[in-house]
Structure formats: structure tokens, C-alpha cells
Write a protein that binds this ligand. Sequence first.
Ligand SMILES: Cc1ncc(COP(=O)(O)O)c(C=O)c1O
Length: 387
Amino acid sequence: MVRGLPIYLDYAATTPLDPRVLEAMLPALTGDFGNAASRSHAYGWRAEALVKDARETLARALGGEAREIVFTSGATESDNLALLGAAHAAGPGKTHVVTSQLEHSAVLDSARQLEREGFRVTTLPPGADGVPGAASVAEAIGAETFLVSVMTANNETGTLNPVAEIGRVCRERNVLFHTDAVQAFGKVPFDVGSFPVDLVSISAHKVCGPKGIGALWVRSGAPRVRLAPLIHGGGHERGLRSGTLNVPAIVGFATAARLALESRVEESRRVAFLRDRLQAAILEAVPDALLNGHPAERLPGTLNLAFPGVDGDQLFLELSGLAVSPGAACSSDSLEPSHVLLALGRSPALARASIRFSLGRFTTATEVDAAAAQVAAAVRKLRVVSR
Ligand SMILES: Cc1ncc(COP(=O)(O)O)c(C=O)c1O
């Protein structure tokens, strides 16, 4: 916690940089400043070696191979590259994409762009259990379908989707499967070798790495994944993403991924314990608060609660001591209720009166207890006022 600032419970939006990540990045910001594409001198070779190491570390973290990592500016770009890149490389007659209503805007807006370009998009609603099920994906796939995109874990509720089953359906039907694993990566077991998947988006700043760096994992081997680049230029990243590589950020990304994976099991347990403590304390004070998302199949650090009978805007004003999110942080400048909570069947008022608490590496029990007390006091106060 930074003195004078609210308690930070918004790890799903972004995370503080781990000091060990900063330490790893510093040499690449100073002495090793070379261009990784410079083949004619030692500065370039040293930068290239740093990128090679980082690529291998990230590939290991995902369970894939180094040549399958395409560095991007973040998961927004990775999602764009997956959807638009696959669409632009799809064969004749392949004009249909399947996705879900619960996706991040980076996927949903890429899908909308595809519609403007003449592609057809099916956006599946969640089933009764709140997740887009493999059966509904199977039903939506037709002869024209070339891609399915369903996220691994939802950024607003933390709910885990049945991506292994969906991947199997896609493989059976010869359709590419993309998953946005931004929220899941480093927090729950995730291995591209354990289920059929072709494209995976990840981002460094959700795992205590730097902002502005991400990757798209692109499966190699048969059947071949065809992608068209969005950014053209010097042919970096096997022609899939041109532009001088951001070596310090890449080094930071790999270090952050390694640290997250090394401590994943204990950290998940610790964070889930704190999340449960926060949930229990709030529910004790506000017994009619409702959990948004799946009660069991969820990320360790995400808790999304709806507070019936209070005005969402006023609730946020009362919670000025907490850095929490009213929905997806990426669209938090919009006053629209969260599309995810609406898709899950919440009313607009209840969606507005929902709060996402997301905990992470530096969250403490003291912070969690103070947050629960602030929420309880705010709800109590607003209910007295509105009586
Ligand atoms: C699920 C999901 N996908 C994509 C993104 C975008 O990632 P980035 O900030 O790296 O562009 C986010 C970030 O909020 C996210 O939570």
C-alpha cells in the first residue's frame, strides 16, 4: 500500500511492478540497449541473446516452444492479431467467427471490426451456469467457421471457462481456437500442451511485469495456423509483428512470468485465503450481497459482489479509500453497466451496484480487513440514507 493512497484491490486491472522485475530490466535499459535486430555488432547480439532467453522462459511458462511466441504491445494487440490476423488469412468461404458475450472488449471490438469487414460473428450468451459451454460452441460452428475465441478466465468475475472442452470441440471440427488467457496466466494451471488450443493472448502487467508488453502464442506444427500481420515493416517476429523489439519490457515480462510460475501454488493459496476472508467479512456485514460469477470455478484473487438496494455511483463515492473497479477497468470511463454482468442476467441497477475486488502479490490481511470494514460502513450508510 502506498501511504496516502487508497488500498489497492484492483490487480485485475494492473499490478505493481515487482522490484525483482525492475532489477532484471535495468541492464537492458542502460548498457544492453542494442537493437535485437542489429546483426553486425555486439550491442545487437547481446540484445538478441536477452530476447532469446526471455522467449524461452515464456515458452516454458506456457508449455510451448520459443518460436511460437510473438511479442506484442499487450494483450489488446494480441487479441486483435488473433482475430483479425486469422480472419485475413482464412481460406475462401471461411467467413464466420464464434465468440462469447463475456469476452474482453479487445476481443469483442475486434469481432465487431470483422463484421464491418463483412465477416459473420456469433456472440454466444452464457449458459445457465454462467459460462459459454462447449455444447453451445459446437452448435454454433458451421462450414464457414474458421475461429472460436473464448477467454480462459473472465476479467470481471474471475470465472474460469471450460476451455479444454471448447478446444476439443474446435479441434474435432477443424476450427482454430483462440483463448485470451490474460487473467488466468500465472494464477491457475495453464499449459498449451494440456488441451487443444491454437492461439493464446497474455500480458505482462497482470503478473507484476511492465505495461506495454504482451505476447500471442501461435501454435506451430500441423494443422498449420495461418495469420496475417496487422503491422507491417521490418519483418520482426517471423513477419507477424514488425517493429523494433522492446528488449527491457521483454526481459521484464519473462522475469515476471518466471516469478509468477515459481510461486504460483503458494501464492494462489494465500490470495484465495484472503479473497475468501474478504468475501466472508462483507457477506457477514451485508448478508444480501450477491456473488457475481461462479462460486467455485474461479480465479484465486477475484471477487465480484453486487449490493442490492444501493446506488452504484454513491457506493463508489463512499469507497474513496479503496482502489476497486466498477467493471472492466479498460472501459471504466464509460458509464454503461458492465456488459459481462448484464449478460449474466444482472439488472442494470445491480450491475452498477457491483464491485470487483481483485487481490494479488502485495495484498495483506490488514488491507482486506480494512476494505471489508469500509464496504460494510458504506452500504450501511447508504441504506440508512435511502430509507
Ligand atoms: C481479459 C483481458 N484481455 C485483454 C486485456 C488487455 O490487455 P492489455 O492491457 O495488455 O492490452 C485485459 C486487460 O484489462 C484483460 O483483462
